[in-house]
Design a binder for this molecule. Structure first.
Ligand code: HEM
Length: 430
């Protein structure tokens, strides 16, 4: 696309009737009531909040699925970034999550091999043992901040092991990812006095997570300097990778961007899932006992948690060519937002009790939109679900109940993309 006219976004979609804005941190702590109103009254609307250019917000499961699948009309941006800069970036400058075919296909084929179920399964006994050891350290009957003590470190170590890095490095990952998210969250809400439209390089790769990029950059340079010995880990394979289908191999900057994306995507998302699930356990009467007695229900309980509290609440797309979604025309150059937080509660798919946590729910296929759909579907979904399961299993095994600590109330992390507790103070019962 040569030029991008951001101002076109108002065509044929009514102004958002309840003033909701998917980037505004004043709104996104509890977005669900307003999103339910929009699904009922105005499923596609134009959202506006100075100084952000207008965007179209899609709230229905079917419309979001269509956008996810139609990669030819809707290009990926990663997070919300300045579309003019994004469109001007060369494919080699983008991370997997913010690029389109054909380069995206080569990255994805590599990543799907590197994080395949067989590769992950080879690490799972060790990750389960780590989760059990971390759970065994938790004190009983005391007020514990579980995001730092437990829900955060377990996925960090799992991601590091999947990449072939030592546990000691993993414990820095979560801190670096939190730093990147906080720095962006502070300036990316229209309510912020520091608002700055993120530039193309911020789209989930090295630009957004500079500390991780510095770490991975040193790792890449050291391997290159040593002639890339074939150690069998993800990095050694990636540096020498030539995609059979396209002949594409990766620049060192792309390798850094990809690994930084995996580190970022593997940390706060899975930590968010585990934290959100733990909050449900502590606030849903009878749930802990039911799952402790029948562990076979844990898999479906994790899906309900992912559906109701998607760790990634929304993703943007840049419209590359004119399209029609849900009866609304979308023009090339428009930025659109897919609200998975809304689509996952669509009454048309889940029935009138769509906002209830139920283990006997009849699901559509796929069960929810939280792991994406189409060509950008999460490549870490298998790892995330496995890690959440072994962590929660260990907790159910060791304790007899959980409750919120006195005075605690759920506060979401500031970044509009994410739904995860900023902190989670819990008392674990013997
Ligand atoms: C509960 C945990 C997770 C959630 C909710 C989640 C969610 C998502 C979603 C919604 C997408 C699609 C984004 C889009 O279409 O624009 C995605 C893509 C991706 N995820 Fe995850 N993710 C999780 C865990 C992980 C883990 C553990 C890893 C790696 C270790 C990972 C790596 C990636 C990567 C590399 C992509 C980009 C794929 C592509 O563009 O082809 N994710 N994730």
């Amino acid at each position: 696309m040569d030029s991008v006219d951001i101002g076109r976004a108002t065509e044929q979609a009514p102004e958002c009737p309840n003033g909701f804005h998917p980037l505004d941190w004043d709104e996104v702590h509890d977005p669900f009531p307003k999103l339910a109103e929009l699904r009922a009254q105005c499923p596609v609307s134009t959202v506006r909040r100075d100084p952000i250019p207008p965007m179209k917000l899609f709230t229905k499961f079917a419309d979001i699925s269509q956008i996810y699948r139609d990669w030819e009309s809707f290009g990926n941006m990663g997070i919300i970034v300045n579309p003019v800069e994004h469109a001007g970036m060369a494919a080699e400058q983008r991370a997997i999550i913010s690029t389109d075919p054909p380069r995206h296909g080569a990255m994805r084929r590599f990543a799907l091999q590197a994080l395949s179920p067989a590769q992950i399964d080879a690490h799972m006994d060790g990750i389960a043992a780590y989760a059990q050891a971390e759970t065994a350290k938790l004190p009983m009957g005391e007020d514990v901040e579980m995001m730092d003590a437990w829900a955060g470190p377990i996925p960090s170590v799992a991601t590091a092991r999947a990449l072939g890095l030592p546990d000691a490095d993993a414990l820095s990952f979560r801190r670096w990812v939190r730093m990147g998210i906080e720095a962006n969250a502070r300036r990316m809400s229209p309510s912020s006095t520091e608002f700055r439209w993120a530039d193309g390089a911020d789209a989930y790769g090295a630009g957004m997570f500079p500390e991780s990029a510095d770490f991975v950059g040193k790792w890449v340079r050291a391997r290159r300097a040593a002639g890339n010995p074939q150690t069998g880990d993800v990095l050694s394979k990636m540096l020498d990778y030539v995609d059979e289908e396209s002949g594409i191999s990766f620049t060192d900057q792309e390798v850094v961007d990809q690994l930084v994306t995996i580190i970022a995507a593997g940390n706060d998302t899975t930590g968010g899932l585990i934290g959100n699930f733990l909050y449900r356990l502590a606030t849903t009467p009878g749930l802990f006992d039911m799952l402790k007695q029948d562990r076979s229900k844990l898999i479906i309980a994790i899906e309900e948690s992912l559906r109701l509290d998607p760790p990634q609440m929304m993703f943007p797309r840049l419209c590359l060519k004119d399209a029609n979604v849900g009866g609304v025309n979308v023009k090339a150059g428009e930025v659109i937002i897919m609200s998975m937080a809304s689509g996952n509660r669509d009454e048309e798919f889940y029935g009138p009790d769509s906002d209830q946590f139920r283990l006997d729910r009849k699901y559509p296929n796929p069960r929810h939109l939280s792991m994406g759909r189409g060509i950008h579907t999460c490549i870490g979904a298998y790892l995330a679900r496995k890690v959440a399961k072994v962590a929660i299993d260990a907790l159910l095994e060791r304790f007899s109940g959980v409750r919120l600590a006195d005075g605690y109330s759920y506060e979401k992390v500031l970044f509009h993309h994410f739904r995860a507790p900023e902190t989670l103070r819990i008392v674990l019962e013997a």
